[in-house]
Design a protein around this ligand. Structure first.
Ligand code: HEC
Length: 384
């Protein structure tokens, strides 16, 4: 019986032969002996690399080689690079890591070999560009524009993920809030989300627990540019008064919220995210209109020359104001860090601390956190 591991190793060895053989073909002077890792193989295009080293498993069109020619059982996460809904959300950094260090480096199958001794980083960039050309619908923004999720600011990128977020009061009345957020992509440019908050509080002296205001949201990407590193979306939420005013979890009024979200990636994996919106309650006698401006700046660091685990410290500055005469804007800062929990990095966590900067009466310092599962990249227990 052949195990996937052995198939993977054999395939990698066979591939080395293919790649080295290819190098001899394209350059008569290069011998297989000198074409070692230190001597990059001479390929003129990403397509050439693809044909020499990848087609045997991934197929010419990126959909996977035919069953009878492939010689291995495909894992459930085996990619179809021509399928825009599943290939575009992956970032180039993720692909680069898998191609450089092989599947296991990101908790994927051992069948996907490591190419670090066969291709230069430049050549890996060329083959990634070729894979990108296999999805031909330009409306899908690439995963590179999917900036790390801040604790409060809404992202511009339409997502497939499940998030459990929480708050714990660090001062004042004891309180713990939790929110389940489910986000689901609708085609190339849109997303819907369902938000279910549940809170425990001791505001009235004894512990009370209740659902908060349930919300349904919709987000629409308006524009994006991979070259400029920018993405712009607008969205709306319908918030139902399902909370309990006695426990302080809402319940005053139905609220319509509308917002814009912008993400900008800069050189060196630094980024800025902006999110501004307005909340319009149906019963303005019970709940005032309000607006908010939220921003997050951060930088992503990664181990192993960018191919290993990525973590992202961020700083959010948040302003919100009830549209009522004589009331000033509340400003908060939220230093935080997002860390991957598993190797595949599709299960992440973030922790932060929310500090009111002004109007501190009745506004508490809070610990904020979330756990996030990007379920397109596999089950919750996969890739650890
Ligand atoms: C021996 C077969 C084999 C060869 C050769 C091979 N791959 Fe793969 N590759 C796989 C398998 C199997 C997976 C899926 C791993 C999983 O999902 O567990 C994969 C996954 C990947 C992924 C990750 C996709 C994702 O969704 O994250 C990328 C990127 C990739 N391969 C690129 C390449 C490139 C580029 C080459 C050629 C330079 C190549 N592969 C050669 C078998 C192969």
């Amino acid at each position: 019986m052949t195990t996937p591991l052995r198939v993977g190793l054999c395939a990698a060895t066979a591939l080395a032969a293919v790649l080295l053989g290819h190098a001899v073909n394209v350059s008569a002077q290069t011998t297989a002996a000198t074409a070692r890792p230190t001597t990059p193989l001479s390929f003129r295009s990403g397509k050439e690399i693809w044909e020499a080293g990848c087609v045997s498993c991934h197929g010419a069109d990126g959909r996977g080689q035919a069953d009878n020619l492939r010689g291995f059982e495909v894992p459930p996460t085996f990619p179809d690079f021509s399928d825009c809904p599943t290939s575009t959300p992956e970032s180039n950094a993720q692909w680069r890591a898998v191609i450089t260090n092989g599947g296991p480096a990101r908790g994927f199958s051992t069948i996907m070999p490591s190419f670090k001794d066969l291709l230069t980083q430049e050549q890996i960039g060329m083959v990634i560009s070729h894979i990108r050309s296999l999805c031909t619908e330009a409306a899908w923004p690439l995963g590179d524009l999917n900036l790390p999720r801040p604790l409060v600011t809404e992202k511009a990128f339409p997502e497939n993920e499940t998030v459990i977020a929480g708050t714990i009061n660090a001062q004042g009345a004891a309180g713990i809030g939790s929110t389940l957020i489910y986000e689901h992509r609708l085609g190339a440019t849109a997303m819907f989300e369902a938000i279910v908050p549940y809170a425990f509080s001791k505001e009235t002296g004894t512990w009370g627990a209740a659902f908060g205001d349930l919300a349904l949201g919709y987000k629409q990407k308006l524009a994006h540019s991979t070259r400029r590193g920018s993405i712009l979306s607008v969205g709306g939420e319908l918030i139902a008064p399902t909370g309990n005013p006695d426990v302080g979890t809402g319940g005053e009024s139905t609220v319509f919220e509308t917002y814009a979200a912008y993400g900008q990636l800069f050189r060196g994996q630094t980024f800025l995210q902006l999110h501004t919106g307005i909340e319009l309650p149906a019963h303005q006698d019970k709940l005032p209109k309000a607006y908010y401006l939220r921003s997050a700046v951060g930088k992503t660091f990664a181990t192993d020359s960018g191919h290993g685990r990525r973590w992202t410290p961020m700083m959010e500055v948040i302003g919100d104001r009830d549209i009522v005469k004589g009331v000033s804007t509340n400003w908060d800062v939220v230093p935080q860090i997002q860390i991957p929990l598993n190797k595949r990095m599709h299960v992440l966590a973030s922790v932060g601390y929310r500090v009111p900067v002004n109007n501190r009466d009745g506004r508490q310092r809070q610990f904020l956190f979330y756990g996030l599962w990007d379920w397109m990249d596999g089950g919750l227990l996969k890739g650890w």
